[in-house]
Write a protein that binds this ligand. Structure first.
Ligand SMILES: NC(=O)c1ccc[n+]([C@@H]2O[C@H](COP(=O)([O-])OP(=O)(O)OC[C@H]3O[C@@H](n4cnc5c(N)ncnc54)[C@H](O)[C@@H]3O)[C@@H](O)[C@H]2O)c1
Length: 309
């Protein structure tokens, strides 16, 4: 396959590159390093890097014309400053349109998109069925919904995977790296009573392989464990991993106005259509993630949320 990956220097993009390069696929990554890291797209055989923004329509058109991809993985997204609506709209809406238009022009065989579960906003039901109404209320969620909807009406064969927290090398967002970094530095932490879904990278990669296969169905899929874990569960697991005594008195605050009490997507429709289910249990997912931080450390940590507690 000739795979063009937007956001190739990010967490998911770089894991996909490591997954596919050894299999002999040719890859071109486009990234502006807003949250990605240059060192994870090294100059190695089979991998080309285009530095720049997908919001630059000419740059995207040139990359497609020169590389001639057969598959596109759209993994670039803007989220790091929740107040910067302009950047979110520029990358997640205009950038997505540029990628979709170029993919149509070059008649790619399939485009794979990743969606945030913040697309559901505050859901009516938990676990959240994939056909729940979309009520995003953050700049990231709103702009990502628009991008997914443009893709859905493009006429291209596509899959959009709605992801919760995929845990694996280079994860730099959410409670796991936050607690790891703060506890290692001896800093105080607080928890919320929110529930989240955590998925191991190997389960994510297995789902990607299924939707990239010849004759895979087009559509939107919740790719999640379907099991809610509290932020306190994560805190306890990080403390245990760092061999710190348990902390039953840690402050647990109610979820903030910009947060959602429970984000646990229901993967049952995905299981029915693709035969996919998450295999790695939460405890093992945490052990793998935390052992990776032991070896590599935690770099910058980002958040999709704006409220400070
Ligand atoms: N990792 C998860 O658990 C998760 C959960 C839900 C949704 N997603 C979605 O998956 C995708 C990848 O997320 P990630 O976790 O790897 O995040 P990430 O921040 O590690 O990767 C995103 C990449 O996009 C790049 N980027 C941002 N704006 C760009 C632009 N205008 N042009 C080119 N590159 C740009 C960043 O530099 C970064 O390398 C995103 O679409 C995100 O919305 C991820």
């Amino acid at each position: 396959m000739r795979i063009l990956i937007t956001g190739g220097a990010g967490c998911l993009g770089s894991n996909l590159i490591e997954h596919w390069l050894p299999k002999g696929h040719e890859i071109l990554a486009i990234d502006n390093f807003a949250t990605g890291k240059r060192e994870v797209v090294p100059p190695v055989k089979g991998l080309t890097l285009v530095e720049g923004s997908i919001a630059d329509r000419d740059l995207v058109a040139r990359a497609f014309a020169e590389f001639k991809p057969t598959y596109v993985v759209h993994s670039a997204a803007s989220y790091k400053d929740p107040a910067n609506w302009q950047e979110d709209a520029s990358t997640n809406v205009s950038g997505t349109i540029n990628v979709v238009d170029a993919a149509r022009e070059h008649k790619v065989l399939r485009i794979l998109n990743f969606q945030t579960v913040l697309c559901y906003g505050r859901p009516d039901a938990v676990p959240i069925p994939v056909d729940q109404p979309l009520r995003p209320f953050t700049s990231y969620g709103i702009s990502k919904v628009a991008g997914e909807q443009y893709l859905s009406m493009s006429g291209l064969p596509f899959a959009s995977l709605r992801l919760a927290n995929v845990c694996g090398p280079r994860l730099a967002i959410g409670p796991i790296p936050t607690f790891y970094k703060r506890l290692k530095a001896g800093q105080a932490c607080f928890c919320t009573d929110a529930q989240r879904d955590f998925l191991d990278m190997s389960d994510f990669l297995a789902a990607v392989d299924l939707v990239m296969a010849d004759n895979a169905p087009s559509g939107i899929f919740n790719v999640s464990s379907g099991e809610g874990r509290t932020i306190k569960d994560v805190y306890d697991a990080v403390r245990a991993h760092l061999q710190l005594p348990s902390d039953p008195g840690v402050k647990v605050v109610p979820v903030g106005d910009d947060d959602v009490p429970a984000v646990v997507p229901d993967p049952s429709a995905t299981t029915k259509t693709l035969g996919w289910t998450a295999k790695v249990p939460f405890a093992e997912t945490m052990t793998r993630m935390l052992s990776w931080y032991d070896r590599h450390g935690v770099s910058d940590v980002y958040s999709h949320l704006s409220a400070k507690h």
